[in-house]
Design a protein around this ligand. Structure first.
Ligand SMILES: [Zn+2]
Length: 375
């Protein structure tokens, strides 16, 4: 099993070293919620926003749902799965109160550059705005789908309809269900047919599908096909924040906490996934950190580069909320996903190094390899 295989993709050469670096997990679920701030993850509802009638229609209702003067209770009220389960069994990075920082490395601090950074491990200065242009950079999903181990076992779902371009629609070989596109008929069993019907008829459509529809589509697909590498990209947190609706932004965060909890319990109840699955949860960018700027994000808006990261499952030591002074970058995720999957993701474009995981002692060696093979 000392096979070393080499694959050539466009503009990319990658080495996958098998056996020498055994995978720490069998299945990886990557979940993102667009433009969701670290402030709400770690502090719960923001006192400067939750009582502001400019951003919250029914302040007494939203305070009743999500407010408590005690921080521990407050953040549990908003995201109970994060604080009751992930904080016990997983790792949470990005609480800047402790100097634990997660940042995007790209300059622009908007979605396409952010997702490019997450999935390719590379900050591409030529990706400036959110336009439907095919991404030339190789992403970790296509890379894994090109390995013997994961071929045909990768699937992606997104609310935002730009993902076909982010994952390069000309080159992509794994299935991607994005925006209000129905799953193909042959995939549509009864529940998928219902989801497809709702998708066709739902009013007030935008370029971002309702996250619950994205989630249920993914959930049904997972149940039917049991993919091993899954991406679910949720988008409404960003949409609602841009509309200045802090009440709906909080409700969506609570809904996403529910979806992630539901998916976790599904995997832990299923012999195919139980105890051999890892969740990686993050966002593509931060947002403004003041009362006037939280609605937006860009390189001009302070706070837009500040993000967070949660991990739980196989290969992840339960450290809970990480309170050590540390700097992590979004571009490290692609290599981290690869390592968990037992592969080494390297590119000619200075791919970010994997995050140091104490339970993966060979990580330092892998990081060395990257420099040797990256040309
Ligand atoms: Zn946005």
């Amino acid at each position: 099993m000392k096979s070393v295989f080499l694959c050539s993709l466009s503009l990319f050469t990658c080495f996958a070293i098998k056996a020498q670096y055994p995978s720490k997990t069998e299945n990886i679920f990557i979940i993102t919620t667009d433009g969701f701030r670290w402030q709400e993850i770690f502090n719960g509802a923001d006192s400067a926003l939750i009582s502001n009638p400019k951003f919250v229609e029914d302040t007494s209702l939203i305070r009743q749902l999500y407010w408590d003067s005690d921080l521990e209770i407050r953040r549990r009220k908003l995201m109970p799965f994060f604080w009751n389960v992930i904080a016990e069994k997983g790792q949470l990075y990005g609480n800047r109160e402790f100097g634990n920082k997660v940042n995007v490395k790209n300059f622009y601090k908007i979605s396409y550059p952010g997702y490019n950074e997450i999935f390719t491990g590379y900050t591409d200065p030529s990706i400036i705005i959110n336009l439907p242009r095919n991404n030339k950079n190789t992403n970790i999903l296509e890379y894994l789908n090109n390995t013997n181990e994961y071929r045909g076992k990768v699937a992606a779902f997104s609310s935002w309809n730009l993902f076909p371009y982010i994952f390069n629609k000309e080159r992509r070989t794994f299935p991607l269900n994005s925006g209000y596109n129905a799953l193909p008929n042959e995939d549509a069993d009864t529940s998928l047919q219902i989801i497809n019907k709702i998708q066709q008829n739902v009013p007030h459509k935008s370029n971002t599908r309702y996250d619950w529809l994205t989630y249920f589509t993914a959930r049904e697909y997972v149940e039917k096909y049991r993919p091993r590498i899954v991406f679910i990209g949720l988008g409404e947190t960003d949409e609602l924040a841009h509309k200045g609706r802090y009440d709906l932004y909080l409700q969506q965060a609570a809904a996403i906490d529910k979806m992630i909890g539901d998916l976790w319990y599904y995997t832990q109840a299923h012999p195919f996934y139980k105890n051999k699955t890892t969740f990686i949860i993050t966002t593509d960018h931060g947002r403004g950190n003041t009362v006037s700027s939280w609605v937006t994000h860009s390189f001009l808006t302070r706070g837009s580069g500040e993000t967070w990261l949660a991990m739980m499952g196989s290969g992840i030591t339960p450290l809970g909320e990480v309170k050590t002074v540390q700097q992590t970058y979004q571009k490290q995720l692609a290599a981290t996903i690869a390592i968990l999957a037992g592969h080494n993701f390297v590119s000619p474009n200075k791919t970010g190094k994997p995050i140091t995981l104490p339970e993966i002692p060979f990580i330092a060696e892998l990081s060395k390899d990257q420099h040797i093979v990256a040309k």
